[in-house]
Design a protein around this ligand. Structure first.
Ligand code: F6R
Length: 614
């Protein structure tokens, strides 16, 4: 959803900006640009496509910008206007002295644009951001004060923004501000930074100020001044960043996605550590800040999330209802926020998000919080906007996930739901004790089983090659693994662009079966347990329509070889935790198909890792 970076200091500005943008590439990668003040002039350089194109351009132009001591950069994920050079940021005003980079969406840009055009502003791009450039430039004309101009201009903006602005007449200064979009200020010595996210600056400083909505920061090489929306000066709170740069290496894997898939056993171990020592002990989940009585009397849980996190929430619903007998509703945040939802102080609202920045989920939890609900956030980013709204925070500690397609953060979210459900069941006494012990034991055995499985992926690779030319794919499952079917299909479409759909297997005969023929692969997720036989008979229905048959199973039944063209075996696991085991081969299947097709696995087209616009 676009990444922005700003630098003021004596180092090579172009290198720092492009280095920062590289670390933000996960946020968007359809075009990029920088603006610097060099030799008393604002100079803007932009390139369509991958960041490398901008890096090449800046290398060519290095003589023009070598003296710069301030600059701002942007990597774009297009919302308004196609991804081309004209629409790439930074944007400027009529005189070309001011430059702005923006993450977010200005909702009232059309009205503002009309007003500005009537006053003589000439627009070059189709973006909402260019409105900000003209508006701030106008206010600057009236006030001759860049910070005041930004304050006045942003008071007229509706929507979401993180902005960094420089002006030719204001030497070595960046003005930065935000509303409903992430922005942090990196504190250096004789230099300062602004960025959408930690990885962009972590190489240079571990000290940062997280801006609150409507605050304005004025950055110079040796000072950072912070103001609230009424222009009162405030004392910045400098925090220590918890990140290590090493996390960004591929460690010998061809893609980050493959590395992150292989990290999953450790992610599970990491999550369990400190929370579950032995299966006979009760779980320790101090992160949940509701007292025991309130927890016991909870009569409803609502979970809001998007995409992969929504699938984790669906598994969460199943497991909480099974273990705790509390009704759980799961809803896509984007739907939740535009209807009348019934929540109150007796409802626990859980927001799930690997990035902690997803605009729809953030809005959903803010709405529920305003109605008095306790907000529990499950996220991989304890420093995110959602984490800051949380009454209870479960950080999943999966480590930074670079690949845009979520893998290890999904498994970590599932772990959070398992432990939460077990913890609630222990408090409520709602599930048989020995059954809970068995479940905890199985969770502790999972990392080894996944490790073992990951040593033998030849069959998945072969199967991936076999089906890589398919135009469509169907995943079927039942019960707790319905979400696995949706997630498997999502992974495949995201990175290979093959049209893949997940269905509850029982629904096949209510319509989708019409599509089946000898060209269509149907992958049946058949983990042993309550619905194994049911799904086997649904798979037979597909076989009878000549579909290409793949099974994913922990059963060793030899009969399956007669029904299926491919049987992908995984180690046997407890039915209730089978979604964790079952998703691993599906992540690999998607990965190997995409890799075989030569797709850009870590940065699939049109996607971004952090969706900070509605
Ligand atoms: C898919 C994926 C997305 C995200 C979705 C929500 O691989 O990563 O579907 O799950 O955009 O993002 P978060 O979890 O950051 O709220």
């Amino acid at each position: 959803m676009c990444g922005i970076v700003g630098y003021v200091g004596k180092k090579n500005v172009a290198e720092i900006l492009t280095g920062g943008l590289s670390a933000l590439e996960y946020r968007g990668y359809d075009s990029s640009g920088v603006a610097v003040l060099a030799d008393g002039k604002t100079k803007i350089y932009k390139a369509e496509g991958k960041l490398q194109n901008l890096k090449d351009l800046l290398k060519e132009k290095q003589d023009e910008i070598i003296t710069a001591q301030v600059g701002i950069g942007h990597i774009r994920w297009a919302t308004h206007g196609i991804p081309n050079e004209v629409n790439a940021h930074p944007h400027t005003c009529n005189c070309g002295k001011l430059a702005v980079v923006h993450n977010g969406i200005i909702e009232n840009y059309k009205e503002l644009r009309e007003q500005l055009e009537a006053k003589g502003c000439v627009f070059k791009s189709q973006t909402d951001t260019e409105t900000v450039a003209h508006l701030v430039a106008q206010k600057y004309g009236e006030t001759q004060d860049l910070k005041e101009a930004v304050r006045l201009a942003t008071s007229e903006l509706e929507g979401a923004y993180a902005l960094c602005i420089i002006h030719q007449d204001v030497e070595n200064t960046i003005v930065a501000t935000k509303r409903n979009a992430p922005l942090l200020i990196g504190v250096g010595e004789g230099e300062n930074f602004a960025a959408s996210d930690v990885p962009a600056i972590i190489e240079h400083t571990k000290r940062a100020i997280y801006l609150n909505d409507n605050q304005i920061a004025v950055l110079k090489p040796n000072s950072i001044e912070l103001f609230d929306e009424n222009n009162n000066k405030i004392e910045p709170k400098v925090e220590l960043l918890p990140w290590e740069p090493i996390a960004l290496s591929k460690m010998g894997y061809k893609h980050f996605m493959l590395k992150e898939i292989h990290e999953q056993p450790d992610v599970i171990r990491n999550f369990l550590s400190g929370k579950l020592h032995t299966a006979n002990e009760t779980t320790k989940l101090d992160e949940v800040k509701l007292d025991k009585n309130t927890l016991k009397n909870l009569n409803r849980i609502q979970v809001v999330a998007c995409g992969t996190s929504l699938h984790a929430a669906m598994v969460g619903k199943y497991i909480i209802e099974e273990l705790c007998e509390i009704p759980v509703d799961v809803e896509a945040s984007s739907e939740y926020i535009y209807r009348k939802t019934v929540t109150d102080e007796h409802t626990l609202v859980i927001g799930v998000s690997q990035s902690g920045e997803t605009a729809d989920t953030l809005t959903a939890i803010k709405q529920s919080k305003a109605r008095g609900s306790h907000i529990l956030i499950i996220t991989n980013r304890p420093d995110s906007a959602m984490a800051r709204e949380a009454d209870s925070l479960i950080p999943v500690n999966a480590g930074i996930e670079v690949s845009v397609a979520a893998t290890k953060s999904y498994v970590a979210q599932l772990m959070a739901f398992y432990l939460l459900a077990i913890h609630l069941a222990e408090i409520k006494g709602s599930y048989d004790n020995s059954a809970l012990t068995e479940l905890k034991n199985e969770l502790m055995l999972l990392p080894q089983k996944i490790e073992l499985f990951l040593t033998k992926t030849d069959k998945i690779q072969k199967c991936s090659r076999m089906y890589s030319s398919s135009k469509n794919f169907i995943f079927i499952a039942r019960g707790i693994n319905y979400a696995t079917a949706l997630e498997g299909a999502l992974k495949l479409k995201e990175i290979s662009y093959i049209n893949a759909t997940g269905y509850p297997a029982g629904e096949l005969k209510h319509g989708p079966i019409a599509m089946l023929d000898e060209t269509l692969p149907v992958l049946s997720i058949m983990m042993k347990g309550k619905v194994y036989e049911k799904i086997l008979s649904n798979a037979q229905e597909s076989k009878a329509r000549n579909a290409r048959m793949i099974a994913l199973t922990d059963s060793t039944d030899e009969k399956l070889d007669e029904i299926f063209d491919y049987v992908l075996n995984v180690p046997s696991v407890h039915e209730l935790i089978s979604p964790i085991m079952a998703i691993i081969p599906l992540q690999l299947l998607a990965y190997y198909i995409a890799e075989f097709l030569g797709k850009d696995v870590d940065q699939p087209r049109n996607l971004a890792k952090s969706v900070t616009v509605e």
